[in-house]
Design a protein around this ligand. Structure first.
Ligand SMILES: NC(=O)c1ccc[n+]([C@@H]2O[C@H](COP(=O)([O-])OP(=O)(O)OC[C@H]3O[C@@H](n4cnc5c(N)ncnc54)[C@H](O)[C@@H]3O)[C@@H](O)[C@H]2O)c1
Length: 358
């Protein structure tokens, strides 16, 4: 029997989801975990007999059974630990944001090139069910020329959430935008293209933190389109993640993984055929789209294991990238675009100026 890929996870907060992905994969075995808190590791070991548990990362990267390491540590630690792992011969899957500064994120890219080891980055929302038709509508021109996007991440976090490293400049690299909304910043640039400039206001409204719990930005793109982007962790009790695109051919609106609006001016038979849409006019297309993509990701079920979403999808992608010797879905250079935009928002707010990208 072919030897399975040895998977390991460092950092057992969201890293628990990475463990689930590795345990579920038929091509990998979860062989080791690393955390400073033994009880967290014991929780995983209870499901995984023989699991190796390390409190020192140096011991994890010296383990010859480990092929891939998910780096799930607080955000400012990503580059240091990912580079160390790659230099020890391991492949890495790094949590979002890739790191909190572009210069640090670049170190992961440089190590990837220098060591020849694979490095992928988590931005799992690109694989939400509704993103498939939305991205296709933009890329194929179905929605026409996109001229406006409105993005709003209206979430809520209690003060207790900010008692540790969250919301600090040093470790989190920011507040609602760098931590919560960076997913949607990634989707914005993925759907709308390269950013030309950023003009922003940020503030602290309902928490005792150093950074921000609200940002509001005007984003202009190199292709001439514009977007508004707002993020907050003060919108009690957590309202929505609005992703809205307006093109000369129609309008699309979603709330995170749920498609809400699909209004096209004219029917496009080629698009319908390519997407497998069972429809003959725009009204039927709209009804089919909302029926098919309007219910969210849904659970991963035994009945339909092909519905792989979230972390499970991205961990499986990383494992298959190693098995098939291909690139993982999201490479460091792609993942650092959202970090650059987030830092431009902060710089614009700090200086009162529009930040223009080269
Ligand atoms: N993709 C997503 O949806 C998502 C969701 C949550 C968090 N994240 C990202 O994941 C990362 C971790 O966030 P979290 O919420 O899980 O944080 P967390 O604080 O809950 O967990 C971090 C873990 O790392 C451990 N740790 C810290 N230093 C260590 C060290 N030197 N060696 C070994 N273990 C160490 C801690 O003990 C802790 O268990 C962040 O970058 C965050 O942005 C992503």
């Amino acid at each position: 029997m072919e030897k399975k890929i040895g998977y390991a996870v460092v950092g057992l907060g969201v890293g628990m989801g990475h463990c689930d992905g590795a345990i579920a994969s038929e091509y990998a075995d979860l062989v080791a975990v690393c955390d400073l808190i033994p009880e967290k590791m014991e929780k995983v070991a209870a499901r995984c007999p023989g699991l190796k548990m390390y409190t020192d990362f140096n011991d994890l990267i010296a383990d010859p059974d480990v092929d891939i390491i998910s780096i799930c540590l607080p955000s400012s630690m990503h580059a240091e630990f990912a580079v160390k792992a790659m230099e020890a011969g391991k492949r890495v899957l790094v949590e979002k944001p890739i790191d909190i500064h572009v210069e640090d994120a670049m170190k992961i890219e440089e190590a990837r090139i220098r060591t020849g080891k694979k490095a992928g980055v988590i931005h799992q929302n690109r694989f939400n069910r509704d993103m498939f038709p939305i991205k296709a509508a933009v890329e194929s021109g179905r929605i026409g020329k996109v001229f406006l996007g409105t993005f709003a991440v209206k979430w809520y976090r209690t003060q207790a959430y900010y008692e540790g490293w969250h919301g600090t400049w040093e470790v989190d690299g920011g507040g609602s935008l760098m931590n919560q909304a960076v997913h949607t910043v990634d989707l914005m640039q993925w759907l709308m293209g390269d950013v030309e400039s950023v003009t922003s206001h940020i503030g602290i409204y309902d928490h005792e933190i150093d950074t921000e719990d609200m940002t509001a930005s005007l984003i202009r793109f190199k292709n001439g389109a514009a977007a508004t982007f707002v993020s907050t962790t003060c919108a009690y009790p957590g309202i929505s993640t609005d992703i809205q695109l307006y093109g000369t051919g129609g309008s699309i609106e979603a709330d995170q993984d749920v498609l809400k609006t699909w209004k096209m001016k004219e029917f496009d038979e080629d698009f319908a055929q390519a997407m497998g849409i069972d429809a003959f006019d725009v009204e039927e297309e709209e009804a089919w789209m909302l029926e098919t993509y309007g219910k969210g990701n849904g659970p991963i079920t035994q009945a339909d294991p092909s519905i792989l979403v979230g972390h499970r999808y991205m961990v499986e992608d990383m494992i298959c990238a190693v098995r098939d010797d291909r690139d993982p879905a999201i490479l460091p250079l792609e993942a650092m675009k959202s970090v650059r935009i987030v830092n431009a928002v902060y710089e614009s707010a700090r200086t009162g100026k529009t930040i223009v990208f080269d």
